[in-house]
Design a protein around this ligand. Structure first.
Ligand code: NI
Length: 172
């Protein structure tokens, strides 16, 4: 297992759609392990493969509280097959947009179909923080960031900040 580097805004790969897995083999399992390690190390509650520079439709999440046992979930080729009309609002953050948080409104509950890292076909009803987290990560697989759900003014301000920071890093 290896901890991977996390891609940060404004890296263009974050805007690209990820490709589905044709087969789920040992390589996919190795990738899932690396993604869990990277997410726990960050630490974060969700990570999509594009965030470590791979345009593949895989995400990992774990929304267990600190005093609860770990609850790792890996979703490969996830699809939202149902969303509730009821919405909920969470202050979201993203490992690719560090130290930036804003309120995002999403369906409060979703039903997701996916394959796990052992290629088992799964269906999961998600609510609460898990629903938010899974929708945030599936967005990543379509090149969408949580800041795409907030006002253009706020989004532009955040992007500007990260573009500036990246330039400063380059000239150092
Ligand atoms: Ni994110």
């Amino acid at each position: 297992m290896a901890c991977r580097d996390i891609v940060i805004l404004p890296d263009n790969i974050l805007k690209k759609p990820s490709l589905a897995f044709d087969t789920i083999d040992g390589k996919a399992q190795d990738l899932a392990n690396d993604m869990f390690e990277t997410m726990y190390h960050a630490p974060g509650i969700g990570l999509a493969a594009v965030q470590i520079g791979l345009l593949k439709r895989m995400l990992v999440v774990d929304v267990a509280k600190e005093d609860e046992p770990r609850d790792p979930i890996c979703m490969i080729n996830p699809k939202i097959v149902w969303s509730s009309e009821e919405t909920s609002e969470y202050e979201e953050g993203c490992l690719s947009i560090p130290e930036t948080y804003d309120l995002v409104i999403r369906p409060a509950e979703v039903k997701v179909t996916y394959f796990d890292q052992n290629a088992a076909e799964c269906e999961r009803h998600c609510d609460g923080l898990l629903a938010t987290c899974v929708q945030h990560e599936i967005d990543h697989l379509d090149g969408i960031l949580f800041i795409d759900h907030i006002s253009r003014l706020k989004r532009d301000r955040i992007i500007k900040k990260f573009v500036k920071a990246a330039k400063q890093k380059d000239t150092k």
